[in-house]
Each structure stands twice: as C-alpha cells, then as structure tokens.
Design a protein around this ligand. Structure first.
Ligand SMILES: Cc1cc2nc3c(=O)[nH]c(=O)nc-3n(C[C@H](O)[C@H](O)[C@H](O)COP(=O)(O)OP(=O)(O)OC[C@H]3O[C@@H](n4cnc5c(N)ncnc54)[C@H](O)[C@@H]3O)c2cc1C
Length: 532
C-alpha cells in the first residue's frame, strides 16, 4: 500500500536523495519495509531520509517484540539495527543513521500539533497512513520566512565539489569537519596547531552534562538535543575518551534555590535520563559521603577533550594545516583564506568559521562583521580548572558531582575540579586565587570543610591547572548557521561552557543543511541559533 500510494520505486529512482515525511511513525514497520525496498532497488536514490512524527516512544524491548512479530525473518536484521539505536522517550528531535548515513530516520517526539510546525524538512512526499491518500508537501517548500527555511535551501547541487575549509581545530571545528567527512567531503582544518597543543594540553578532562529547567526552555531543549547527538555521534569512542559515568547535580542550599524534586516530577522524563536521588542514593552513586541529594543524569559523561578532538580530526577526508587565519574573502564563487603573511593558504566553495571568540576578529578583519548583531556582541569569559590528587578527595567521586562548580571522577590519579569565571582577558593563566575558589567549591560539594585550609599554605607551584576562555553570545545561545548576506560562509561559535554538549549537534546541523538532509533539530531552536 505504502509503495503504491507513493508511486515507489519510480518516484525515487535516479535521484540523489528522497525525503519522506510520515505523519505517524506508529511501530516503525513502514520504515523497516521502506528501508528494505531501498536496499533492494538497483536504481535507488543515494540517500533516503525519513522524518516521522510520534507522540511518544515505546521502550526498545517493546519495539523489538512488536516488530519481530509483524515482520518476516528476512527483515529481523534491520529490526535489530533500529532497536540498537532506538532513543529514550524524550521530547524533541532524534536522529538515527543507517547504511553509513545513506538512510536516516528523524523522529519528532511530542504532540503532533507541537512537533509538526517545528519540523525543519523539505520533503518530497507525505505519508499520512493507510487510510488517507499520500500528499505532496507544497507547504514544506514555502517561500523563505525564517533563517531555517533559508538553510533548507542551501544544500549543494549534486555536481558541486564537496570541499570545505574549517577555521579552528577546537571541539567545534573538529565536530564540523567530522560531520562533513562522514558524508564524503574533503575538509581542510586550519589552526595554529602547535599553539593549540600548548594552550589546551592541560584541559585533561571535561563534563558532558545535560541541563533541565522547569519549563523545558530553549537552552534546556538545545542541551538535551546536543547531549543525545553527542552520544549517538561519538558512540564508537573508547571509555578512555568518553566515559558515561553519570552526573549528580546536587540541591543548592544557598543563593537561588530551585526545588529539584518537584522540577523533575513536573518534567516526567524517563528515569534512564534523569531522576531525583536522596542523600543516601547520591552518596552511593558518588562512592563518597555527600550531605544532600539532587538530580542524577545517568547518560552524562567525562570527556578528554583533546583526545576527542584528535580522534575526530583523524577521520578520513580531514586534512590539518598549521595556519593563522588573517582574513577571508569570496572571490569568483570561492572562499579565499589569507594567512598572516598575506598569502592565500586555502580556497574552497564553503567556509566554516569555528574560531571561538576569535571568529569575531576574523570577520572584522574581513569587513564581514555587521554591527549590532549577536556575533558583534560575542565576548570572552575566562576561567580555570584545578587538578587535584585523588587521594586528597578520598579517591574522588565515581560520577561527576556538580552544583556550584564540579568535580570529575579521577583520571590517572588526578581529579579535575572547576571552574572559575573571569570577564575579558586575551590570554588566561591559572592563578592561586582561581585554584582556591575551585577548591572551595569542591569542598562545599563534598562537604569537606577542611579542604581549603589544606591548600592555603601551599605555593602555586604545587597546584596544577588549566585556564582558557569561553566564547559567550547574548543569552548564552551559540551561533550555528550561515552568515547573513554572504554565500557559502557558516559560523559555529559561541559555545560558552557547553562546547562538548553542543558541538556534535552543530557539526551535524551544518553538514545536514549542506547535504540537503532534514535538520536534526526543531526549527524554533534553529531560528534562534542561526540568527545573525
Ligand atoms: C575553565 C574552563 C572549563 C571548561 N569546562 C567545560 C566542560 O566541562 N564542559 C564543556 O562542555 N565545556 C567546558 N568549557 C567550555 C569549552 O572549553 C568550550 O565551550 C569549547 O572549548 C569551545 O570549543 P570551540 O571549538 O568553539 O573553541 P576553542 O576550543 O577555543 O577552539 C577554537 C580554535 O580556533 C583557533 N583559532 C582561533 N582564531 C584562529 C585564527 N585566526 N587562525 C587559526 N586558528 C584560529 C584556536 O587556535 C583554537 O584552537 C570550559 C571552559 C573553560 C575556560
């Protein structure tokens, strides 16, 4: 029925890609059958993208039982692949990828009246279910009205050269390069590699943690989407790089106190993603006696950022060049990149600036920084982490412990505690005052009042740490999207304190847009983060 109504396989044959919008995913059987048909068709499109609405998601085990009962044995291998990636029942956009990204399933979870208008997709056909006729979705291809609509029109033509230059080899640039390379692009990543290695080497570990708010606001939704994408995109990494250790967010006892127990009850999210824990359970999870409970995020992870970046940049198709980028200019349909010596060091049709706060300087030097825009208001917020021997912290916690500051589980005998916030500054160095602030925050989280006194008498030479700068945009919403009034120039910057949570999503958003895929994020959030 599905194939006859949609005019398949003729409707998708000899096309670069075919995108279908399913108004109800139901149990996923139609997707499995479509996928199987695609596999068997010698004249199939290179890419098959299915976007489906679903009010909620059943557990993976239930899905597996249902699909195995409904489909012949020959389809069970596909069922297993679907089940292996099946997401938790969380509202928002979930992206599943198969066949080396040639087949994707994007599931919009939530009430259809909310999710349908938020879809960022340009579809070839709509499937409303067996009882209603299929439709061709002219409403999905309406005239541009928002930045997201524009992005859906920026896909490169099938014959265009898939070559991009990325400026910046931090987690943002590495994630963009990785996402493009996975889609067969040639990517040149420009950075002052030696300086980067010197400046970032001591950032030995960082946290990938979700955030929640009572009203599930835009930053909470963006962080959830980013965390889910990071876990999917980086699922192949070893625990040495990404360790899903979980994170406690302890109840605050001073300042702005939010009742975390009622907050989590109001959200009704699965306990595999978030749950409230009392003091005893929190202590159990941390493996240390704590003096209060809070939220536990089982999927949160400790990451070694520089090892992660190295791994992403080692992807086939990615080339690194050691260059300081002075300015960029579009000449005859190509972006030319000039180094500090005035030489052209790279030329490509697409250019992505991921130089954190320095993106602003590159744009200014290139006469591309428009006044009174979000990017013109980007500023640096310095800060430092402190590295403490685990023995001082009774071996350190078994999971991330956070609240006002954070403590990461021990790594090779050392625990990272952080972090401080200092306005401005071109170059940051760790300071005694910064370290003591971090230690005070750690002492408060662990209820170990004696910690600061132990360190007060130490000289700075005994304290290890790392200091860096965060790139912050108004409302702490990053910039991910094409730069207005330019062609082929994209920006991925302004990740503030959440570079690890947001970068893989940023990479996939840019790569998806350039490849004509449905975007793996709701359009209201896309509109916000791509607003120049
Ligand atoms: C103390 C501290 C603790 C933190 N802890 C965490 C944490 O636990 N979890 C988390 O998610 N985030 C954390 N962050 C934030 C995180 O570090 C940032 O969000 C992240 O580094 C942003 O990545 P990026 O790639 O945008 O920028 P960067 O890592 O700064 O990379 C930008 C790159 O661009 C290059 N570049 C800039 N200009 C040029 C140019 N003109 N030519 C060539 N190359 C150029 C730079 O050399 C640099 O390598 C922390 C930050 C600080 C300061």
């Amino acid at each position: 029925m599905l194939f006859a109504r949609l005019g398949l396989p003729e409707a998708w044959q000899a096309r670069a890609r075919y995108t279908l919008l399913m108004m109800d995913l139901r149990d996923g059987e139609s997707f499995i059958r479509l996928w199987e048909r695609w596999k068997q068709d010698p004249r199939r499109p290179d890419r098959l993208h299915v976007v489906a609405l679903s009010a909620s998601l059943v557990d993976a085990s239930v899905l597996r039982a249902q699909l195995r009962a409904q489909t012949p044995l020959s389809l069970h291998a596909l069922v297993e692949q679907l089940v292996a990636q099946w997401p938790l029942n969380l509202p928002g956009t979930h992206r599943l990828e198969f066949e080396g990204l040639a087949v994707t399933l994007t599931i919009a979870v939530g009430p259809p009246e909310v999710t349908l208008p938020r879809l960022a997709v340009s579809a070839d056909a709509i499937w409303r279910g067996e009882e209603l006729p299929a439709e061709f979705p002219d409403h999905c291809l309406r005239a541009p009205v928002s930045p997201t609509d524009n992005m859906l029109r920026l896909a490169i033509a099938p014959h265009e050269v898939r070559h991009a230059v990325v400026v910046g080899a931090g987690i943002a640039g590495a994630s963009v390069a990785h996402a493009l390379a996975l889609r067969g692009w040639r990517v040149q990543v420009l950075d002052l590699s030696v300086r980067r290695q010197q400046e970032h080497a001591a950032h030995v570990a960082a946290a990938l943690t979700p955030m929640v708010t009572r009203d599930d606001d835009m930053r909470a939704r963006l962080s959830r989407a980013g965390g889910m994408r990071a876990h999917a995109r980086w699922s192949h990494l070893s625990e040495d790089i990404l360790w899903q250790c979980g994170a406690l967010q302890l109840q605050r006892v001073s300042g702005r106190i939010v009742d975390l127990k009622s907050l989590v009850a109001g959200l009704s999210f699965p306990t595999e993603w978030i749950r409230y824990v009392d003091t005893a359970e929190a202590s159990d999870l941390a493996g240390l006696p704590l003096n209060r409970g809070g939220l536990f995020f089982p999927t949160a992870a400790r990451i070694r950022p520089e090892r992660l970046i190295e791994t992403l940049l080692a992807t086939q198709g990615v080339e690194r060049l050691e260059v300081y980028v002075e300015r960029v200019e579009r000449v005859d349909g190509q972006w030319h990149v000039w180094d500090a010596q005035g030489e052209i060091c790279a030329v490509a049709p697409r250019l992505i600036l991921a130089g954190a706060v320095d993106t602003q300087d590159i744009l200014r030097r290139s006469a591309l920084l428009a006044p009174r825009t979000r990017l013109s208001e980007m500023h640096a917020l310095g800060g430092e982490i402190t590295i403490l021997p685990e023995r001082i912290l009774a071996g350190g916690p078994r999971c991330i412990v956070s609240g006002d500051g954070y403590i990461l589980p021990s790594l090779e005998g050392q625990c990272v505690v952080g972090s401080s916030y200092v306005h401005g500054g071109k170059r940051m160095l760790p300071t005694m005052a910064g370290a003591l602030g971090n230690i005070e925050r750690a002492a408060d989280l662990l209820g170990q009042a004696q910690l600061p006194a132990m360190f007060n008498n130490l000289g700075q030479a005994h304290l290890n740490g790392w200091a860096g700068r965060r790139a912050v945009l108004p409302s702490r919403i990053p910039f991910v999207g094409p730069l207005a009034n330019t062609e082929g120039l994209w920006v991925a910057s302004g990740f503030a304190s959440r570079g690890l949570t947001w970068s893989s999503l940023a990479g996939d958003l840019i790569a998806a847009a350039l490849n004509g895929e449905p975007l793996p994020l709701e359009r209201d959030i896309m509109d916000k983060i791509s607003q120049t």
